[in-house]
Design a protein around this ligand. Structure first.
Ligand code: GLY
Ligand code: MN
Length: 464
């Protein structure tokens, strides 16, 4: 946990963004897995963590803006809890650690909200993302669950996003710890990527590294020789020489800050020429967009820069053709690069996505594109110092997409479909790093993880 002052300052700044009324920030409850008492690993809501820091289920935080008072609603443990969970601090002491002096049992929240409503006070809340929270809010606010999303406070959503988007030095230090754990995960994955291994042996080992060094993984591990499937969670393939293996994996620290890193390596540890050719294009897109990062440049510009580098490189290999500016403008590159360059990262690996992707990544100035490919870019707006985001270009040979566009005779001026078909079975390559926007440029966070062909081959020369 950070110092109490950090949380008090954050709440005070949120007060400046939301002018009057009451802000309700619900923590998460336990969620059942396959029977009521067998629960998923508990994960606190990230905005609750940001403003109230307490990492336990069944808590609610309230900022009474008009009265300038903060509250934590939550129950003290009883003897049954102590028998099963061990001794726990009293709620009052826990709340004091985050600078809150007003505490009350959870059941009092209903009366508190009712009293505020009866006085006609505005109650600000955000749209929930869990069924349990919808039910809790329906009961607290007396609003049918289907109407809750429509009544969420945009003032609160915008205020939270404004604050959480700019990371302070303590948060950056946490994210760097998460990248350093990812360093161990990824170099282990590289060294295990040898013929005969089953993907799950590697995925399980690196998930264990995350748990041993911080917290759980920041999202389910993507690890596959079929890297053309962007979010491939099937880990049952046996590694064979000649394939590429994508590992897209990150860790959470004990304080729940994330990392999100992707590396792609040749099974066995040596790139062949065809793999190297595609790899170097993706690497150039990764490096050049990182180098171009600075305050004021929009992430959509960076995305389109990556698209341009990818399309030009593919033209050099004969996979694309024609005028590359036109190809990118029309979206032809998206057959090979059908996703966005990256997303914000912080307490959530896709930071604040629960508050609405467009609210986080776009604004009045830069609206989301509707074009296939660029439409999937989660972050389009201009960068500011303190933003932390991912840069993750890729090239993929997706059999179904190649066949579909060929049959539709789509972009025949820009794509050499015969050549693209000859790459079916190649898989995909993605290279992802976590970047801080500084006052003048950028900093790649954490210990550098092998990325060039030579660095990867050198790392894999010591197999595990
Ligand atoms: N690391 C997975 C993603 O960014 O979607
Ligand atoms: Mn990512």
């Amino acid at each position: 946990m950070f110092d109490a002052k950090v949380y008090t300052d954050r709440r005070n700044r949120l007060r400046g963004e939301v002018k009057n009324g009451i802000i309700l920030i619900l923590g998460n409850t336990e969620a059942s897995f396959n029977y009521p008492a067998n629960t998923y690993h508990f994960r606190q809501d990230s905005s609750f963590l940001y403003f109230f820091g307490m990492d336990h289920p069944d808590l609610a935080g309230v900022l009474d803006i008009d009265e300038n008072k903060d509250y934590i609603f939550g129950n003290d443990v009883d003897i049954d809890d102590i028998i099963w969970m061990g001794p726990q601090p009293m709620m009052k002491d826990r709340a004091a650690e985050v600078g809150v002096s007003n505490t009350a049992p959870l059941k009092d929240l209903l009366d508190f909200v009712k009293a505020a409503k009866s006085k006609g006070r505005k109650i600000h809340f955000v749209t929930p993302y869990r069924g349990e929270t919808y039910m809790q809010m329906e009961q607290l606010l007396g609003i049918p669950f289907a109407e809750i999303a429509g009544l969420a406070s945009m003032e609160l959503v915008k205020g939270i996003i404004k604050l959480r988007s700019v990371k302070d030095q303590f948060e950056i230090a946490e994210i760097e710890k998460a990248v350093d754990i990812a360093y161990e995960m990824h170099t282990t994955s590289m060294r295990m990527a040898m013929p005969g291994r089953i993907e799950r042996e590697i995925a399980g080992t690196i998930e264990g590294i995350s748990l041993a060094k911080g917290g759980p993984v920041s999202f389910p591990i993507i690890l596959s020789v079929n890297g053309e499937t962007l979010h491939n969670h099937y880990h049952g393939n046996v590694l064979e020489a000649g394939r590429m293996m994508v590992t897209d994996a990150g860790a959470e620290t004990t304080m729940h800050y994330s990392s999100d890193i992707t590396r792609t390596v040749p099974v066995g540890g040596k790139f062949n020429q065809r793999q190297k050719d595609i790899y170097e294009i993706v690497l150039a897109a990764n490096l050049k967009t990182i180098e171009a990062t600075r305050p004021g440049i929009s992430n959509r510009e960076l995305h389109l820069m990556a698209a341009h580098i990818i399309a030009s490189g593919l033209k050099d290999l004969g996979l694309m053709k024609g005028n590359i500016d036109d190809a990118v403008k029309e979206g032809a590159h998206a057959m090979f690069f059908p996703h966005g360059l990256g997303h914000m990262m912080g307490l959530d690996v896709h930071d604040m996505e629960g508050l609405g992707e467009n609210n986080v990544g776009y604004n009045e100035e830069i609206k989301r594109s509707t074009q296939f490919g660029t439409a999937f870019l989660r972050l389009g707006k201009k960068h500011q110092p303190g933003y932390v985001f991912t840069i993750e270009p890729g090239i993929y040979f997706i059999p179904a997409l190649i066949k579909k566009w060929k049959a539709e005779k789509k972009f025949t001026d820009f794509i050499n479909f015969e050549k693209a078909e000859s790459y079916i079975g190649f898989g995909g390559i993605r290279i992802e790093d976590d970047i801080l926007v500084t006052d003048t440029g950028y900093r790649v966070l954490g210990k550098p993880i092998p990325k060039t062909v030579k660095e990867i081959e050198d790392t894999m020369a010591n197999p595990l």
